[in-house]
Design a protein around this ligand. Structure first.
Ligand code: C5P
Length: 231
């Protein structure tokens, strides 16, 4: 049985390479994240194949944001595919619409609070209210939970603070920016090891390049799984 706390981001150029990577990883990995880049080039077909033919869990990282009616319709469409996680922006009207759209399906709606690529100057340019980004992240996380989000996407630094929110009780925290000790951090600025993330109350870690770009992806995944299984 795979340890589904590890989600591998299939950040490869096309669906064929995604399938090949999943076949290389085999039974070791049971959960894959498919992002927008892949989704615009056959990613939904790949998601369905990984689900139906290989029994994998699927996280669609679409970060939906639109008027409620459109979000609801989009999620209703996706809910037919028996997928597992879907991201939307954490604005309460978007989260509520996504929950309506998922209906009775088991799809989990995960909310994004503030994109980690944004700094205070970017928020000012978007007319987002003043304040420390971390405080705004916590406020948005609480609002998204109140609106019905099943979980939150959080950086390792935010995870512990979000886990401490009363609104987060029973909810999922899913964290990218995870690097095994000694691994290349790439462009990730705020990182944690798998062990640290789990200790901070994270339910699932998302790891891309340390596995996808490894000389031996299966060995890289197994090393991360070994670190997780010790915790
Ligand atoms: O290669 P790496 O392990 O950094 O990949 C992390 C994955 O999580 C990528 O698919 C990236 O787009 C995604 N992600 C992230 N930081 C966020 C949100 C998503 O790294 N704040």
């Amino acid at each position: 049985m795979s340890d589904d706390r590890l989600i591998v981001a299939l950040d490869v150029p096309n669906a064929l390479e995604g399938l090949q990577l999943a076949e290389t990883l085999g039974d070791a990995v049971g959960f894959y994240k498919i992002g927008l880049g892949m989704l615009t080039g056959g990613g939904l077909a790949l998601a369905n194949e990984l689900k139906a033919e290989h029994g994998k869990k699927i996280f669609l990282d679409m970060k939906l944001f639109d008027i409620g009616n459109t979000v609801e319709a989009a999620v209703r469409g996706l809910a037919q595919f028996d997928l597992d996680f879907l991201t939307v922006h954490g604005d309460p009207h978007v989260v509520r619409a996504a929950q309506e759209g998922k209906g009775a399906s088991d799809l989990k709606i995960l909310a994004v609070t503030i994109l980690t690529s944004l700094d205070r100057a970017d928020l000012d340019a978007s007319l987002i209210k003043p304040g420390d980004i971390q405080d705004l992240v916590l406020e948005r996380a609480a609002l998204a939970f109140d609106a019905g989000a099943d979980g939150i996407i959080a950086s390792p630094q935010e995870a512990k603070l979000i886990r401490a929110l009363p609104e987060a009780n029973g909810k999922l925290i899913v964290t990218p920016g995870v690097r095994p000790a000694g691994a290349d951090r790439g462009d990730q600025k705020r990182i944690a090891t798998p062990a640290q993330a789990v200790a901070d109350g994270v339910d699932h870690i998302v790891v891309g390049r340390p596995i996808c770009q490894a000389d031996n992806p299966k060995a890289a995944a197994e090393a991360i799984l070994a670190e997780l299984s010790a915790h």
